[in-house]
Design a binder for this molecule. Structure first.
Ligand code: FAD
Length: 513
């Protein structure tokens, strides 16, 4: 028992720091009340958090539920709304050069055809009744989003629902909420700046020197200090693996705007491509968060600001978007000696599929599964590092897929994204395979967040599979597809008929109806 770690010290009080604290204090001590492990979080009163990160993925409800958080309270405190998917607009153009649009849905797949992949039927016969995209033939989300429906009935309680969903949330308020929950559950909160770091003869972190409170010995440190990576990067010198050869974007402009009419609030994130990147639009209950993620190789900050404000038009009279530099890539090792980086300090790909909070969630769970004692068996760090590397690479590849399959001819940025950026071998191999067979689930080990359905949806919508003939299509019959589609549409109408309007549902949850 002497060898056990008695205190975990987290440095950083953004979403990563507080989510890690909330998770550790709950799960390390759930059945260990007599000999609890102390969790301390040190947060600078001077360095602000990044203040963005407001869209999530559908693993988020399960995370909050596992933390024992009331969903209703979360909605009220964080001005949350529902997210059923992401609508991509203007990422590709049709034959006449007009913007096309598709939805990447979060919903369970509702169309199965025996042992056959229904995507082959869609490829050969197309969608019925004007359903141009695959997602509209396999899941209900697109229809729910267009009809602005919420995913649960007015009578449903916390975490119950008919459709899969994620949230939009206020990042600042979410960190505040998690702080309150964590402190209440026993996390020791220290407001101070880490000024210096002391290492022992093996290079392990032995103490932190705080600006006001002085020296503080540590056993296991979690670096949640954001892009700076105060310990993992600056003290331990772990090399940074830059992703800029794969992905162009390295800056963002962000601003908050009011709703024109909150009753029209959409249950989805919008991602609209502009001339040198794309704009996110995340509708919260009380306001909209929006931002332009762009590449400084193609736009100065002023040019990007002008393009962004033109895009927003009348919605913003005197808005002054703030500039956020983005570091794209990952630490070669997120776990080094007795320090583990979680959040932006460990790496960031880009916000396109809202995966950063998902990664924080997974890193913390993985830490718990590989929790060390004071001997820090190297195999634990090795396993953690290999798994997190794979996780980040799988997400990176899916994000690159959106760019390398664009067909836009109207800007150098989009041509460069398609023709000049490096495509990692892992993705290149998949793209080559998809000339002969459609994506299936065994293609994606490591991260199942983006499965064969997500790949099929994106590849179909972007025309990558156009003009390809698949040998497997000789086994399929039109009558099976027509029959299945007729059933699917009937089932969809029945399921969606009971769902309330998104705005009404939010008001009901907030107790405002
Ligand atoms: P930060 O928020 O930067 O927090 C760092 C903390 O470290 C602060 O509390 C600071 O005070 C503290 N600190 C720093 N130095 C010291 C020191 N010396 N001593 C003590 N404390 C210190 N994620 C999503 O999941 N969905 C999204 O839609 C999304 N959109 C994004 C859009 C953009 C443009 C960007 C850049 C990121 C986006 N992200 C998104 C990522 C998301 O913002 C972050 O993953 C999340 O906020 C976690 O940040 P963090 O806690 O790692 O860092």
């Amino acid at each position: 028992m002497d060898n056990q770690i008695n205190e975990v010290t987290i440095v950083g009080g953004g979403t990563a720091g507080w989510l890690t604290a909330a998770f550790l204090v709950r799960f390390m001590n759930l059945r260990n009340k007599d000999n609890p492990t102390k969790v301390t979080l040190i947060e600078s009163p001077n360095v602000p958090t990044i203040g963005v990160g407001e869209a999530t993925v559908p693993t988020m409800p399960a995370l909050l539920k596992s933390l024992g958080i009331s969903e209703k309270e979360f909605f009220i405190r964080c001005n949350a709304s529902f997210k059923l998917g992401v609508r991509f607009t203007n990422w590709n153009h049709d034959d006449k050069g007009r913007a096309t649009s598709f939805i990447h849905p979060f919903e369970a797949i509702r169309t199965q055809l025996g042992g056959q992949n229904p995507a082959y039927h869609f490829h050969k016969y197309g969608g019925p009744q004007g359903r141009k995209n695959l997602d509209d033939c396999m899941a209900f989300c697109g229809s729910a989003i267009r009809a602005k429906l919420g995913p649960k009935l007015l009578t449903h309680g916390d975490y119950e629902s008919k459709l899969n969903y994620a949230y939009h949330l206020d990042a600042g308020k979410f960190a505040e909420f998690l702080r309150e929950v964590s402190i209440e559950r026993g996390v020791n909160h220290v407001l101070d700046d880490v000024e210096e770091v002391e290492q022992d003869e093996r290079g392990f972190i032995s103490a932190l020197k705080l600006q006001r409170q002085g020296r503080r010995p540590v056993e296991l440190v979690i670096d949640c200090t954001g892009f700076k990576g105060v310990i993992i990067n600056k003290v331990l010198g772990v090399p940074f693996r830059d992703y800029s050869k794969y992905l162009l974007n390295n800056r963002a402009l962000a601003v908050q705007i009011p709703h024109q009419d909150v009753r029209q609030i959409e249950p989805c994130t919008n991602s609209t491509a502009l001339g040198a990147g794309w704009v996110w639009r995340v509708p919260l209950y009380n306001r909209i968060g929006t931002g332009y993620v762009f590449s400084s190789h193609f736009r100065t900050d002023d040019e990007a600001r002008e393009e962004f404000l033109n895009h927003l038009g009348d919605e913003v009279k005197d808005a002054d978007p703030r500039v956020i530099p983005i570091r794209i890539g990952r630490m070669e090792r997120a776990w080094e000696k007795n320090c583990i980086a979680i959040g932006l300090s460990a790496g960031f790909i880009e916000p396109l599929e809202s995966t950063a909070i998902y990664m924080i969630d997974n890193f913390v769970k993985l830490l718990l599964l590989n929790f060390p004692d004071k001997s820090f068996a190297p195999v634990l760090a090795k396993r953690f590092n290999e798994t997190t590397e794979k996780m980040m690479q799988t997400i990176r590849d899916f994000i690159i897929l959106h760019y390398c399959t664009n067909n836009r001819e109207d800007s150098d940025y989009w041509r460069t994204a398609r023709e000049e950026m490096v495509i990692p071998d892992s993705l290149k191999d998949l793209l080559e395979e998809y000339r002969h067979t459609l994506p299936i689930n065994t293609d994606f080990d490591g991260v199942y967040l983006f499965n064969y359905f997500s790949y099929n949806v994106v590849l179909f919508a972007k025309g990558y599979l156009k003009d390809v003939q698949y040998p497997a299509e000789r086994f399929i019959a039109r009558e099976d597809w027509d029959k299945r589609m007729a059933e699917f549409i009937r089932y969809e109408q029945k399921e969606l008929a009971g769902l309330p309007n998104h705005y009404e549902l939010l008001r009901k949850i907030r107790g405002e109806d």
